[in-house]
Write a protein that binds this ligand. Structure first.
Ligand code: PMV
Length: 334
C-alpha cells in the first residue's frame, strides 16, 4: 500500500486533560499527560486525511487546500518520522487533510487531525498497530487525539511508564441504554489566541493552582467513570462542570492569566445553570481552550436547548452531536 485515506471524529473531554508529565526533552517528545481524561467521541466534526508515499523530496502537507509550513508542517513531519521509524521505511509523504471542524477554535481539530493521520499513515506504511498502539502514537501528535481512536466514551490514563506505552485511551463501559447529546454552542469566530500546548505550559510554570488541579484530578476521573457505569447523567454532568471550571481556574491564575472565554461564553454558562436549577432541565457545560461551550444533555432536551441557547446574544450557532464511531480507513472510491 502506498496511499491511504482515513476519517476520524473529534472528541470532547468531559474530564479534562491540562498539563504535561515530565519536562525534559525525552518526555516532551512523548507528550505525556499530567492527568488522565475522559471523553466522548462525536458523530460529527472530524478530519479526512490522505497520505501518499513518494520516493523523493520532502514531506508536504495541506489543510483544506492550503499548504502548511513552519511549525504546523514541522509537527506533521515529526509525527511521520515516528511512523517511518517504526515501519523501517524511508519514503516521504504528501498529506492532504480536510477538516469538518473549525480549525484552532477550541473544537479540538487536533484530536481528529492526528487520529486520522495516525490511521492513514500506519495504513500507508503497512505498519500493523493495535488500537492501544495507535492511541499512544496519536498522543504524540496531540494528547486529545489518543482518545479519538475509540468510539463513544473513552478514558485516557495518565500512565506511569517512561516510554508512554501506558499513557493511552481505552473504550469505557456505560450503563445499557445510556444516551446523551452534546451541543456545540459557537460563541466566537476565528482562531483562538493561545493554543493548548502554550496554555498548559504557562499554567504548569506559573499557576499557584496547578498542583491542586493535578492532585484532585484522579477523584473526578473515578467519579465520572462510576457515574457513566451507573447511567447517572446528573453525576456525570456535575463532575464534568467541576472539571472544566477547575481547569479554567488553574489557567486563569497563570501569569499572564489565560482567559479563553468570550462574552457569550459566560452568558451560555449562566443560562445552562438557570435551566438546570430553575427549570429542572438536566444540562451541563464544558469549555476547552477556546470560547465555545459544549452542553451535555438528554436526547429529548436537545431541540429545546438548541432554540434557547441559539437566541443568546453573540451566539453564532448551535450544533447537536451524539456519540460517534472510531476512525475508519476509507475505500478508494469514497
Ligand atoms: O491535546 P490537545 O493539545 O488538543 O489539548 C487538549 C486540551 C483540552 O481540550 C483543553 C482538554 C482535553 O482534554 O481535550
Amino acid at each position: 500500500m502506498s496511499n491511504a485515506r482515513a476519517y476520524a471524529h473529534t472528541n470532547i473531554a468531559l474530564i479534562k486533560y491540562w498539563g504535561k508529565r515530565g519536562q525534559d526533552d525525552a518526555h516532551r517528545a512523548l507528550n505525556l499527560p499530567a492527568t488522565g481524561s475522559l471523553s466522548l467521541t462525536l458523530d460529527r466534526f472530524g478530519t479526512e486525511t490522505e497520505v501518499r508515499l513518494v520516493d523523493d523530496g520532502e514531506d508536504r502537507a495541506s489543510l483544506d487546500g492550503v499548504a502548511l509550513s513552519g511549525k504546523e508542517l514541522g509537527r506533521i513531519q515529526t509525527f511521520l518520522d515516528l511512523v517511518r521509524a517504526r515501519a523501517g521505511r524511508t519514503e516521504r509523504c504528501v498529506v492532504e487533510s480536510r477538516n469538518d471542524v473549525p480549525t484552532a477554535a477550541g473544537l479540538a481539530s487536533s484530536a481528529s487531525g492526528f487520529a486520522a493521520l495516525a490511521v492513514a499513515a500506519t495504513t500507508a506504511f503497512e505498519l500493523k498497530a493495535t488500537d492501544a498502539e495507535l492511541s499512544a502514537l496519536a498522543r504524540q501528535g496531540s494528547g486529545s487525539a489518543a482518545r479519538s481512536i475509540f468510539a463513544g466514551f473513552a478514558r485516557m490514563e495518565r500512565g506511569v511508564l517512561d516510554d508512554g506505552s501506558d499513557a493511552i485511551a481505552a473504550p469505557m463501559s456505560v450503563a445499557d441504554g445510556f444516551d446523551v447529546r452534546l451541543l456545540v454552542v459557537r460563541c466566537a469566530q476565528g482562531r483562538k489566541k493561545t493554543g493548548s500546548t502554550v496554555g498548559m505550559q504557562r499554567t504548569t510554570e506559573t499557576s499557584p493552582f496547578y498542583d491542586a488541579w493535578v492532585q484532585t484530578h484522579a477523584a473526578d476521573l473515578d467519579d465520572a467513570t462510576e457515574a457513566l457505569a451507573a447511567g447517572d447523567l446528573n453525576r456525570v454532568g456535575e463532575t464534568m462542570e467541576h472539571s472544566t471550571l477547575k481547569m479554567h481556574a488553574s489557567a486563569l491564575a497563570a501569569r499572564p492569566g489565560l482567559w479563553y472565554f468570550a462574552a457569550p461564553t459566560v452568558s451560555v454558562m449562566s443560562k445552562v445553570r438557570d435551566l438546570r436549577e430553575d427549570d429542572g432541565v438536566p444540562c451541563f457545560f464544558t469549555m476547552d481552550a477556546g470560547p465555545h461551550v459544549k452542553v451535555l444533555c438528554r436526547p429529548q432536551d436537545a431541540p429545546m436547548l438548541v432554540k434557547t441557547l441559539g437566541t443568546i446574544d453573540g451566539v453564532f450557532g448551535v450544533e447537536v452531536a451524539g456519540p460517534g464511531p472510531a476512525p475508519r480507513v476509507m475505500s478508494p472510491g469514497e
